[in-house]
Design a protein around this ligand. Structure first.
Ligand code: NAP
Ligand code: ZN
Ligand code: ZN
Length: 351
């Protein structure tokens, strides 16, 4: 099945129109006509080979909302016309200890990513949501709650679950003290979700002009991370800090703001920090530095249902696919309010 898409052919090139051949649907496959796709900073990292593992052409996009166009003979949970979502994974080994605990995101054999991955059965490259249609095994398709704003729900599929999973793992609830570093796509979802879980929520930001938005999105307190006095005053406060910063930065100043037994969980930067880790605050306060990657399929459904019940969606700026390269440049300048979502109808509108 030949479908229109947007792809980049190398780290130095812009994204441009491209066609891809989607597989012939298998018995357990759901064929989805894509309506909206969120723009994650990981799309940009992969398009530009920031992690050194990009296989070109890259068709990014893993915050996919669409409508079911057809289902294979074995599919029982979905029917034609259903509103569905696809996130960062389209398969996993389904058999390892992690998969058996519904933690496909930690599959010991490597989950199959929605783009820049390889199909487990035929070895063909996976292409993401900047396209007309996608074919996905039913186990990796999510149900979208009724009455939710579909375009604004797209970012839940990555930004939502990536911040929900640590909030749940570290048992955040009423009265927990949570801080979020960075008010971008992930950060703004973290504020909303932590607030809905009835935590006390603080934002660390390097952009003072975001203060009013941060309050509207759920932050009770804002700390300007460049201001040493404000950082010092926050000593010993947080049970959990979710760090969404996408590039190298010094995490040491944040460690002293953790409470006894507190954890700083890294979800943003993938790689080696230049600054050495100071173990003193960790040892003295039994604190942890941890990492977390997206969430399992069951947990993603839990998050979507929670968002449906609480009326939580992303704050979005709609764009046409033709604007994607400009959107990436704005994302690099921390200038996103607070997630770009592509209207996929633009792909075929010839603009
Ligand atoms: N672990 C996972 O499963 C997972 C899933 C999705 C994405 N990610 C990764 O998470 C990161 C964030 O993604 P995103 O889509 O939320 O990105 P984003 O929308 O660009 O937001 C990142 C935010 O980080 C802050 N920031 C940016 N540059 C900074 C710098 N030099 N120093 C300090 N703060 C800076 C900015 O917030 P302020 O202006 O408020 O400071 C910015 O808005 C990316 O690296 C992405 O690849 C990981
Ligand atoms: Zn993502
Ligand atoms: Zn597995």
């Amino acid at each position: 099945m030949i479908v229109n898409a947007y792809a980049t052919q190398s780290a130095a090139e812009d994204l441009a129109p491209f066609t891809i051949d989607r597989r012939v649907p298998r018995a357990d496959d759901v064929t989805i006509k894509i309506q909206y796709c969120g723009v994650c900073h990981s799309d940009l990292h992969t398009a530009r080979n920031d992690w050194g593992n990009s296989q070109y052409p890259v068709v990014p996009g893993h915050e996919i909302i669409g409508v079911v166009e057809s289902v294979g003979a074995e599919v029982t949970r979905f029917a034609v016309g259903d509103q569905v979502g696809v996130g960062c994974m389209v398969d996993s080994c389904r058999d390892c200890a992690a998969c058996k605990q519904d933690l496909e995101n930690y599959c010991e054999n490597g989950s199959t990513l929605t783009y820049n991955g390889k199909d487990r059965q035929d070895g063909t490259p996976t292409y993401g949501g900047y396209s007309e249609k996608i074919v996905v095994s039913d186990r990796f398709v999510l149900k979208i709650p009724e009455r939710i704003d579909l375009k604004a729900a797209a970012p839940l599929l990555c930004a939502g679950i990536t911040t929900w999973s640590p909030l749940r793992h570290w048992k955040i609830g009423k009265g927990s003290n949570v801080a979020v570093i960075g008010l971008g796509g992930l950060g703004h979802m973290a504020l909303k979700l932590a607030k809905a879980l009835e935590a006390n929520v603080t934002l660390f930001t390097h952009s003072p002009e975001k203060e009013a938005d941060a309050r509207r999105l759920g932050a009770d307190k804002i700390i300007i991370s460049k201001d040493a006095a404000q950082m010092k005053a926050a000593k010993g406060q947080f049970d959990l800090i979710i760090d969404t910063v996408p590039c190298d930065h010094d995490i040491n100043p944040y460690l002293s703001t953790l409470s006894l037994n507190g954890t700083l969980v890294l979800v943003g930067f993938l790689g080696k920090f230049e600054s050495l880790l100071n173990t003193v605050p960790l040892i003295v306060g039994r604190k942890s530095v941890a990492g977390s990657v997206i969430g399992g399929i069951a947990e993603t459904q839990e998050m979507l249902d929670f968002c449906g019940e609480h009326g939580i969606v992303s704050d979005i700026e709609m764009i046409n696919i033709q604007d994607i390269n400009k959107a990436y440049e704005r994302m690099l300048k921390s200038d996103v309010k607070y997630r770009f979502v592509i209207d996929m109808a633009s792909l075929n509108s010839g603009q």
